[in-house]
Design a protein around this ligand. Structure first.
Ligand SMILES: [Mn+2]
Length: 245
């Protein structure tokens, strides 16, 4: 069900069109980790979303535009970026269904923020205007493979185990951030300014929920690759459990 085209090709063929597309790095890293990547298009019905989830064993929520703050009970502030209602609606449906099914969920950037909001947490709609001068620059303009800041990984976290790192060098493409963390989640890493840069469920072996604020699909270090391998392994375990039930 992948609806993917190389961007340059699409634009050349139809300069005014809108396309279903995702960064091909997501597809590549999931495949390299041993998974079978399936790209889900927006604007599918609830029935179709359920059917799609029946056919996969894990959910990866990618980066993307800002989430409508209505999902965490706030009115938009001036610093809020573009929101895409059909994207929000689809991902929230998929996320809630996947949570209900106990499916492993890996949230990247916007995906991590979605996971927090779906579980009852809230976001800073615009970190620079809400937290001001005390924060690092989290908005890099260089390619994904380049490092913008470090994150400190919490010693006893699942993230520390999976990446085998105490600090991780990361890229950074977010102007939003976690404000209140959902009760079901715990901090796995933060940047020097105190922003939450990674989160996970309280017992990952019981419920595989992991989110990172950076884009590991674009980083070369093996620690980042391990996140995708761990997600694929969790998806395989979920498939086995489902088959046995
Ligand atoms: Mn950052």
């Amino acid at each position: 069900m992948a609806a993917l085209r190389e961007e340059m090709e699409s634009i050349a063929q139809n300069p005014s069109g809108r396309f279903v597309r995702t960064d091909i790095e997501y597809v590549k890293v999931v495949a390299e980790a041993g998974g079978v990547p399936v790209v889900i298009p927006p604007s599918v019905s609830l029935r179709a979303a359920k059917a799609l989830l029946d056919s996969v064993d894990g959910l990866l929520l990618s980066g993307g535009p800002d989430l409508d703050p209505g999902y965490y009970g706030e009115e938009p502030i001036p610093g809020l970026g573009t929101t895409i209602p059909e994207w929000d609606a689809l991902e929230m449906v998929l996320l809630r269904l996947a949570l209900k099914r106990g499916m492993p969920i890996f949230g990247i950037c916007r995906g991590m923020q979605m996971l927090n909001v779906a579980l009852g947490g809230t976001l800073y709609q615009d970190v620079p205007s809400q937290l001001g001068a005390d924060v690092l620059n989290h908005w890099q303009t260089t390619p994904k493979c380049q490092v913008t800041h470090e994150v400190e990984v919490l010693d006893d976290s699942y993230l520390a185990k999976i990446t085998d790192r105490q600090t991780i060098e990361v890229n950074s493409y977010h102007h939003q951030g976690i404000k209140c963390l959902a009760e079901a989640l715990t901090v796995a890493a933060h940047s020097a300014d105190g922003l939450i840069e990674a989160l996970e469920s309280r017992d990952v072996s019981e419920r595989w929920l992991v989110g990172v604020q950076w884009h590991p699909e674009g980083m070369r270090d093996s620690g980042h690759r391990n996140l995708f391998k761990a997600h694929v392994c969790a998806a395989e375990r979920h498939a086995l459990r489902r088959a046995a039930a």
